[in-house]
Design a protein around this ligand. Structure first.
Ligand SMILES: [Zn+2]
Length: 157
């Protein structure tokens, strides 16, 4: 099933974890509608700008899959509103900077990018209406001897 000219539903539902644990990752009509909107408003413009395939590492997550991945309970991936992606040969920081200037989205998060390592991390982006045009950078930090994730405002390289 095609969601938009360059994106198939299977790219959003494929998950090694779901396959391994035999978790059903089938979205309903509301989630499919949300994914179509995300493709139209965000992913197709990114694909168009760079002329290269957008490689989706995580799209839709059923509640059960999200639990297995230890995702946040309010994750927009559960609603079909969010996607994680990369583009081969492009820095995730560069992609976020372009998106920040040119697109509307709900949340754009530069996840676990290490300066000087262009292939590090990935881009998380969500879309819904009304959208917030909010940008964050996620980093792994050690606090009190425990590894945790810290979010800072803006796209920080
Ligand atoms: Zn994500």
């Amino acid at each position: 099933m095609k969601l938009s000219p360059h994106f198939h539903l299977s790219e959003f539902t494929a998950s090694q974890t779901a396959t391994r644990l035999m978790i059903d990752n089938t979205p309903g009509p509301d989630e499919i509608a949300a994914m179509k909107l995300l493709c139209e408003k965000v992913l197709e413009p990114v694909r168009e700008n760079y002329g290269k395939p957008v490689m989706i590492s995580s799209g839709y997550r059923s509640k059960e899959l999200n639990r297995a991945l230890m995702g946040s309970r309010s994750s927009q991936h559960i609603r079909g509103q969010a996607v994680d992606f990369e583009i081969a040969g492009l820095s995730n920081l560069t992609i976020c900077r372009w998106m920040e200037r040119r697109l509307n989205y709900d949340q754009l998060i530069l996840e676990f990018y290490t300066p000087g390592e262009p292939a590090s991390g990935w881009v998380h982006v969500s879309y819904r209406e009304p959208y917030r045009n909010m940008e964050l950078t996620a980093r792994r930090v050690v606090r009190n001897g425990r590894r945790t994730t810290e979010y800072v405002n803006g796209i920080v390289g």
